[in-house]
Design a protein around this ligand. Structure first.
Ligand code: NDP
Length: 449
């Protein structure tokens, strides 16, 4: 394992997030290699950590003042052993190859856990949609797709949304794909309802993260009723996590964006959530406005001189990080434990640094890593693909029922894998082992390709 890790670090020394994701998976799957000597002989670790294909391309576009800009586009096609590449597109200035590789690597295991046939991929750009007009976003999306369309297809690679890519961007991307290929196919998921989208897809990641939390609590004979919850972010995942927590009787007291966070001791009810949705999805404003609208709400701007994020330093029972990677550092982890949080269900991908994860596992918290807890989004994307293939759309209750069933199955699979390898109750190891074994066995079945 050390050899593989040092090869990966030497090859791409700047890809820190990718190293972090690989370290975590490899550490937990070593017992599987010990039990299966052919995995070593077949060099499965070296194979699974090397993307099948990496695409990187120029995306030129023109702003409203006729000024030309150039961004960089990415698509990492990581692993197609169990199905077509599947994973979102992220538009955010922090995007680079290391971040897309980490997300694609995580996606392989996540998709494997969903029970559906989907390989893993991820893509995006360092383009920042914030402050851009609809016309600028459209021209950027069209230019991005003018290259990406050659590499994707409904049976090859099916992108979706992620940070900075929602219904508006998926629409523009789909329109350009359709024009270039002259075909109407399920090449993207997260589409609008009246042209091939699935009911419950927008809600799926947040709802799934809460369903997974409810499953973990059920093992202890508990429910979310009356529990105080910290949620970070205020985008797609945070909004629907909040909605489902409130529906199940919990109280959400925080939300954030990249400028700061709000603390609402009374709790965010459905009326306040509707305000957040209008603010973030339509007006694309800042969460600070929430505190100007509702009384007794405290807004705290981001303070980069602090060694911790004060959002995680409030008394609570549960935490749902739903913003971005590494948003919970070691100090935040200590604060969460100190404040009585005993459940963490990750809506975001890899939001906790490794030292915080180790602490959660050591303290035997109910801790669900993103690749298990937030798999509901891609699972319903898989259901969107199935509906597109059949040219049918299932009712809301049917999709939600299937989502619930899938989250239950993922929870069971993680627990069973943990029990089988002597790490009962450790959802990190359980998720990694179960996801890994399915993909590796498929790779071996298909020979050295
Ligand atoms: P959105 O773009 O809808 O929302 C992202 C939220 O996180 C915004 O509130 C944003 O603030 C905040 N945020 C983003 N980057 C940072 C940062 N560097 N520092 C502080 N805050 C930040 O994205 P999603 O809700 O779709 O995604 C959130 C997380 O969930 C990501 O980790 C994503 O990979 C993961 N995820 C998403 C899925 C999906 O179906 N959408 C599926 C599975 C995982 P601001 O408004 O200021 O930009």
């Amino acid at each position: 394992m050390d050899k593989i890790i040092s090869v990966i670090r030497n090859k791409d020394p700047e890809q820190r997030e990718f190293h972090q994701a690989v370290d975590e998976v490899l550490e937990t799957v070593m017992p599987v290699l010990d039990k299966n000597p052919e995995y070593r002989q077949q060099a499965v670790l070296a194979r699974i950590t090397e993307p099948e294909r990496v695409l990187m391309f120029r995306v030129p576009w023109m702003d409203d003042d006729a000024q030309v800009h150039v961004n960089r586009g990415f698509r990492v096609e990581m692993n197609s052993a169990i199905g077509p590449y599947k994973g979102g597109l992220r538009f955010h200035p922090s995007v680079n190859l290391g971040i897309i590789k980490f997300l694609a690597f995580e996606q392989v295991f996540k998709n494997s856990l969903t029970t559906l046939s989907m390989g893993g991929g991820k893509g995006g750009s360092d383009f920042d949609p914030k402050g851009k007009s609809d016309g600028e976003v459209m021209r950027f999306c069209q230019s991005f797709m003018a290259e990406l369309f050659r590499h994707i297809g409904p049976n090859t690679d099916v992108p979706a949304g992620d940070i900075g890519v929602g219904a508006r961007e998926i629409g523009y991307l789909f329109g350009m794909y359709k024009k270039l290929r002259n075909e109407f196919t399920g090449v993207l998921t997260g589409k609008s309802l009246n042209w091939g989208g699935s009911l419950i897809r927008p809600e799926a990641t947040g709802y799934g993260t809460v369903y997974f939390a409810a499953e973990m609590l059920a093992v202890k004979g508990e429910t979310l009723e009356g529990k105080t919850c910290l949620v970070s972010g205020s985008g797609n995942v945070a909004q629907y996590t909040t909605e489902k927590v409130v529906e199940l009787g919990g109280k959400v007291v925080t939300l954030s964006d990249s400028s700061g966070y709000i603390y609402d001791e009374e709790g965010i009810d459905s009326e306040k959530l509707a305000f957040v949705q209008e603010l973030k999805n339509i007006r694309r404003g800042r969460i600070a406005e929430y505190a100007e609208t509702y009384p007794d709400v405290v807004y705290t701007p981001v303070d980069s001189t602090l060694d911790h994020n004060p959002l995680w330093d409030h008394k609570a029972d549960c935490a749902f990080p739903c913003a971005t990677q590494n948003e919970i550092n070691e100090k935040d982890g200590e604060n969460l434990i100190k404040n009585g949080v005993h459940l963490i269900s990750e809506g975001a991908n890899m939001p906790s640094v490794p030292a915080a994860v180790d602490m959660f596992v050591e303290h035997e918290l109910l801790y669900a890593p993103g690749k298990a807890a937030n798999a509901g989004g891609v699972a319903v994307s898989g259901l969107e693909m199935a509906q597109n293939s059949m040219r049918l759309s299932w009712p809301r209750e049917e999709v939600d029922g299937r989502l619930k069933g899938i989250m239950k199955a993922i929870h069971r699979t993680c627990r069973d894998a943990g029990d089988q390898y002597g790490v009962s109750g450790n959802y990190v190891a359980g998720a990694n082992i179960a996801g890994f074994v399915k993909v590796v066995n498929a790779m071996l079945d298909q020979g050295l390709v």
